[in-house]
Design a protein around this ligand. Structure first.
Ligand code: AMP
Length: 393
């Protein structure tokens, strides 16, 4: 079954075409466009390119288009991308302005250009459907809650992949199989719990606590401007700051929003850039602000990781994923420092040697196993979409 995974940003369109089947996962084509003004034009162009390269014999061969949608109002999960999804995306366009309007436009375009293909949306919030009410609730007035103000959580595809792969690496096939079927069957009881903390550290970062393959909580909340400091976005911020800044600095809501989403995070603190490599280079060169930005990222990663420990009641696996988590051993070392008492000990040589690939980086003696698991969100999406469509057929 040929599945096209569409990744849409406010001015970008990226795609990967997979051949999916039982025991079969092949990447047939990939490509992308920047500075997109007309999604229809680039989608048509991408389809022609796939035909010309021989990746597809004809456009009708594409059976499903999968969309990695961010969040929808009153809707989550892995669902057919029809009117309900469009309404949910548009209902929360303000919360994810770079993505929701783009996905709504992309879904509409695909329904015109490939009318015979099924469309499936996997919301980034889907993995958090089973977080407890207390874990999702903000202590806001009821009316706000009813208007959708709650913790949603993001990076669901990535953390779910970690849940499945870490269970396999920890010898828990029962949990791994439960994760595979999670969106179809819901959580299933396991005899023994498996307790994992997943750190997705990249341009955008979050930490998720996972019990037996099911998320119990995550660092991101209502919008992606929450949790850990991001590349250029703020992360957690006391709600009292906004009215104070409006009054004392005379900033408008729009200006505050712009600064918190474009000039904050690693960039805002370091002034050295929003790529960790640049911040690290500046810190190594003696820049105190850059050094502080790194310390802040490490501090917040540890703070969020530790926040799930009590609820999990212990830890079996600790995982690093995404661009920063996969490629920066020094940061993993700093996140894991001084945890020997909790049974978490890194193997320094293994940690140093593991860059951009899967590996176990904990010492033989470590009770908690530490892994690097590379993220591949498009493949995760293709898998989920394949599972969804296989159930529908
Ligand atoms: P992501 O959003 O997962 O692509 O992660 C982006 C972040 O990961 C940036 O801050 C980069 O510094 C870092 N990163 C991604 N790839 C590499 C790499 N090959 N080597 C070092 N850092 C990387």
């Amino acid at each position: 079954m040929k599945i096209l995974v569409a990744n849409l940003g406010s001015t970008s369109f990226k795609y990967r075409l997979f051949e999916m089947g039982e025991g079969e996962e092949d990447l047939l084509a990939e490509g992308g466009y920047e500075r997109v003004g007309d999604y229809g034009k680039v989608i048509r162009d991408a389809l022609s390119t796939m035909e010309e390269s021989g990746a597809i014999g004809s456009q009708e061969e594409i059976e499903v288009v999968g969309f990695k949608t961010v969040l929808g109002r009153n809707l989550s999960g892995c669902v057919e991308a029809g009117d309900e999804v469009l309404e949910a995306l548009e209902g929360f366009a303000e919360v994810a302005p770079a993505h929701n309007p783009a996905y709504a436009a992309g879904i509409r375009q695909f329904s015109e250009i490939l009318p015979g293909a099924r469309r499936v949306a996997l919301f980034e919030t889907a993995f958090y459907q089973w977080v407890s009410e207390a874990g999702r609730r903000y202590a806001v007035p009821k009316g706000w809650h009813e208007a959708g103000i709650q913790r949603h959580g993001f990076h669901g595809a990535s953390h779910k992949f970690v849940a499945e792969r870490s269970a396999e690496l920890l010898g828990r096939r029962d949990v791994a199989q439960g994760v595979q079927r999670l969106y179809q069957d819901g959580p299933v009881e396991t005899e023994r719990p498996l307790r994992v903390i997943s750190c997705h550290l990249g341009g955008s970062s979050s930490v998720t606590g996972i019990r037996s393959g099911v998320a119990i909580g995550t660092s991101m909340g209502f919008s992606p401007q929450s949790g850990l400091p991001q590349n250029n976005r703020v992360g957690d911020l006391d709600s009292g700051v906004i009215p104070y800044v409006m009054k004392s600095l005379g900033l408008s809501v729009e200006e505050i929003e712009r600064q918190l989403t474009k000039e904050s995070g690693l960039l805002g603190v370091s002034g050295a850039g929003n790529d960790l490599r640049d911040v690290r280079a500046a810190a190594t060169g003696g820049d105190a602000d850059a050094k502080l930005a790194l310390e802040l990222l490490i501090h917040e990663t540890r703070r969020w990781a530790s926040s799930f420990l009590f609820e999990l009641g212990g830890l079996d696996g600790f995982v690093f994923t995404a661009g920063i988590g996969e490629n920066h051993p020094w940061l993993r070392e700093a996140v894991c420092a001084g945890l020997e008492e909790f049974g978490l000990v890194l193997d320094h040589a293994k940690n140093e040697g593991c860059r951009g690939e899967e590996g176990e980086i904990s010492a033989e003696s470590s009770k908690v196993k530490v892994f690097v698991i590379p993220a591949n969100e498009e493949l995760v999406l293709a898998r989920e979409v394949y599972r969804k469509v296989s159930v529908l057929n």
